[in-house]
Design a protein around this ligand. Structure first.
Ligand code: LMR
Length: 349
C-alpha cells in the first residue's frame, strides 16, 4: 500500500514538474503562437519569435512569412512560433528573455537595444536619413554589420542577423496641430526608449515618458501623455486615430528593426538546418522591405480616410526650422553614438 502511494506521489510530482517547465515564462502559460502553415515534425527545433506589434502589422506579417518559409525549406525540421502583440514578452522583458534563452528570436525597434549598446540610438538622430533608400543602403553597409555583431551583444550571447524596415516617424497629439517647434512646448510625449528620444523632446520644450508599446494606446486614451511618434503602419494597426486628434507629417526620424537571435541556440543548430533557416530569413527580409513601404502607404490612406485626425503637412521651411531646433541632440549625443556611425550614415553614398 505504502509502495503504491509513494509511486503515485512520484508520478504526480513528475506531471506537475513537466507542467511548470520552461521557467521564467509567466505570461507564456496563456500565449499561443499565431497560426502558421507548412509541414511540421514531432521533434522539430522550435524557434520562439516574440514581438510587440500586431499580427497584421508589417513586422507581424513578415514574422509569419519567415515562419512559413522556415517550415517549408527545412521540411518541418524547424518550427517558428510567432508570438505577436507582446503576448509572450513586452518591451521591458523581451531582450532579457532572449539573453536567457526563453525565446530564441526577437525583432525589436533597434532603439530598444540601447540597454546593451547605446549606438543603436543612431536611428533616433533627427533628420539623419534623407529617405527610405538611404535607410536600406545603411542596412546593407559594413557599419550595419558591425552593429549586428557588436561585442556588447555577443558578450550577452546575442547576435543580429538582419535589418527589417518600418519607416519614418510622424508626431501625433491630442492638444493642437504641431507646425513650429514652439507648438511642442509643454506637451508630454510617449517615447520608445533611451536618452536620445528624451533629448529630442527636451530640445522642443516637451516632456516625455518611456512607455512600452503594449501600454501606449491606453496611455494616450487616458491622457497619461498627450502625444507620441510612430510610423503610419504602427499607428494604423494600433488604431491610434481613435485616441489622437492631430498628426504632423514630419519624417523626422526612423523606426526600423533588427532580427536578433540567442547565439548559443543559433550556433547549436545543425549546420545544414541553419543554412535553410538563413535562406528563409533572407527571403522573408526581401519580402519585409517591400511590404514595409506598401503597408505604410496603405496605412497613411487609412489614417487620412478615417477622418478622425487632422493632418498637418510641413513645408520645407517648417521642416528646416524643426531640424534646426533639434540640433542640440547632435551636440549631446554624437559622441555616445560615435562620430564614425553618424558621419558614416550621413555620408553614405
Ligand atoms: C514602438 O514601441 O513604438 C515600436 O518600437 C513598436 C514596434 O515594434 O514597431
Amino acid at each position: 500500500m505504502k509502495k503504491a502511494l509513494s509511486l503515485f506521489l512520484t508520478v504526480m510530482m513528475m506531471v506537475l514538474l513537466a507542467a511548470c517547465g520552461g521557467g521564467g515564462e509567466k505570461k507564456a502559460a496563456d500565449a499561443k503562437p499565431a497560426e502558421g502553415g507548412g509541414e511540421e515534425q514531432k521533434d522539430a527545433i522550435v524557434i520562439k519569435f516574440s514581438h510587440v506589434t500586431s499580427a497584421d502589422s508589417v513586422k507581424g506579417k513578415a514574422a509569419q512569412k519567415f515562419a512559413d518559409l522556415a517550415a517549408e525549406k527545412t521540411g518541418g525540421k524547424v518550427k517558428v512560433e510567432v508570438y505577436p502583440s507582446s503576448q509572450l514578452y513586452g518591451d521591458k522583458e523581451e531582450l532579457d528573455a532572449l539573453v536567457s534563452g526563453n525565446v530564441q528570436m526577437i525583432a525589436p525597434s533597434v532603439t530598444k537595444m540601447v540597454k546593451l549598446d547605446p549606438r543603436w540610438q543612431y536611428v533616433d538622430m533627427p533628420f539623419l536619413f534623407k529617405d527610405r533608400e538611404h535607410s536600406l543602403k545603411f542596412f546593407q553597409s559594413d557599419l550595419a554589420k558591425q552593429l549586428l555583431n557588436g561585442e556588447q551583444l555577443v558578450g550577452n550571447d546575442i547576435m543580429g542577423l538582419a535589418f527589417w524596415e518600418n519607416g519614418f516617424k510622424q508626431f501625433t497629439n491630442n492638444k493642437k496641430p504641431l507646425k513650429a517647434p514652439a507648438d511642442f512646448k509643454g506637451l508630454k510625449f510617449r517615447a520608445q526608449a533611451g536618452k536620445v528620444l528624451e533629448g529630442q523632446f527636451k530640445a522642443l520644450g516637451a516632456g516625455s515618458a518611456t512607455i512600452p508599446f503594449g501600454d501606449t494606446y491606453a496611455a494616450l486614451q487616458q491622457g497619461t501623455v498627450d502625444g507620441q511618434e510612430n510610423t503610419y503602419n504602427n499607428m494604423d494597426t494600433q488604431k491610434y486615430q481613435e485616441v489622437q486628434k492631430y498628426m504632423t507629417i514630419s519624417n523626422h526620424g526612423r523606426l526600423d528593426y533588427a532580427i536578433f537571435v540567442n547565439k548559443s541556440f543559433w550556433d547549436g543548430m545543425p549546420e545544414d538546418v541553419r543554412t535553410k533557416v538563413e535562406e528563409a530569413l533572407k527571403e522573408a527580409t526581401e519580402y519585409e522591405w517591400k511590404l514595409a513601404a506598401e503597408d505604410n502607404d496603405k496605412s497613411y490612406e487609412n489614417l487620412k480616410n478615417s477622418g478622425k485626425m487632422e493632418i498637418t503637412e510641413l513645408t520645407d521651411a517648417e521642416r528646416a526650422e524643426l531640424e534646426k531646433a533639434l540640433q542640440p541632440v547632435y551636440e549631446e549625443f554624437k559622441s555616445v553614438i560615435t562620430p564614425e556611425l553618424i558621419d558614416g550614415i550621413k555620408n553614405m553614398k
